[in-house]
Design a protein around this ligand. Structure first.
Ligand code: PGA
Length: 240
């Protein structure tokens, strides 16, 4: 259960969230909980969440360790503060022109530096309407994970048309793609990896729709954005 805060929260806002959230989820021992925060908040989250059941994640990294890359942050740097990183989010693909090739370089670097990767993929509305959803996610998975290991990767299916729109995929629509991705993992790796790899769903998940989505056999968790910004709604999603 990973919350994607995107470009939200000052330190003061994060502190106030965590005060409540830590209490709300302290007994949730049967799932992994991650908060993926902006870089500026990672030291604070590391400190506040030490010895809790909540892990810390970043939302991006650059694919080099150091050097003349003004404004970028490396896997080596975020590793000091967190254990997860989101890579390939559709907002990065759309606003920052991240191609499957760039995403692949970032995944490789993150794994090399010991981070767990939440690898995002998903089709646009236009692609869904053209009936090419499966081709699109297959290409994103094949190219994004080309020549990587799979053990420390969580796959997040996030249809672009469902992100931040309030229009969530129906549980059946999401499940159909999750089944497809699991079968693809079986073909690319093996049955054991297909069974054990977590495939989570993101796109307008909230406390009302989470349990129906999470009830689907191939949906192993979720990645809420907007609904992870409030301690009560994110913890209710986790409880469901
Ligand atoms: P949303 O975002 O829950 O606000 O739709 C999900 C995401 O982009 O990860």
């Amino acid at each position: 259960m990973a919350g994607n805060w995107k470009m939200n929260k000052t330190s003061e806002e994060a502190r106030s969230f965590l005060g409540d959230f830590k209490l709300f989820v302290k007994d949730a021992r049967d799932c992994d909980i991650v908060i993926c925060a902006p870089f500026t908040l990672l030291p604070l989250l590391k400190k506040e969440l030490e010895n809790t059941n909540i892990k810390v994640g970043a939302q991006n990294i650059f694919y080099e360790d150091s050097g003349a890359y003004t404004g970028e942050v490396s896997a080596l740097m975020v590793k000091e503060f967190c254990s997860y990183v989101i890579i390939g989010h559709s907002e990065r693909r759309k606003y920052f022109n991240e191609t499957n090739e760039i995403v692949n370089k970032k995944v490789k670097k993150a794994l090399e530096r010991g981070l767990k990767v939440i690898f995002c993929l998903g089709e646009t509305l236009e692609e869904r309407e053209k009936g090419i959803t499966k081709q699109i996610v297959e290409t994103q998975l094949r190219e994004g994970l080309s020549k990587t290991t799979i053990e420390n990767i969580v796959i997040a299916y996030e249809p672009v048309w469902a992100i931040g729109t309030g229009k969530t995929a129906t549980p059946a629509q999401a499940e159909e793609v999750h089944i497809f991705l699991r079968e693809l993992l079986r073909q690319l790796y093996n049955q054991e990896i297909a069974d054990s790899t977590r495939i989570i769903y993101g796109g307008s998940v909230n406390q009302e729709n989470a349990s129906a989505i999470l009830n689907m056999p191939n949906i192993d968790g979720c990645l809420p954005g907007g609904a992870s910004l409030e301690a009560s709604s994110f913890s209710n999603i986790i409880k469901s």
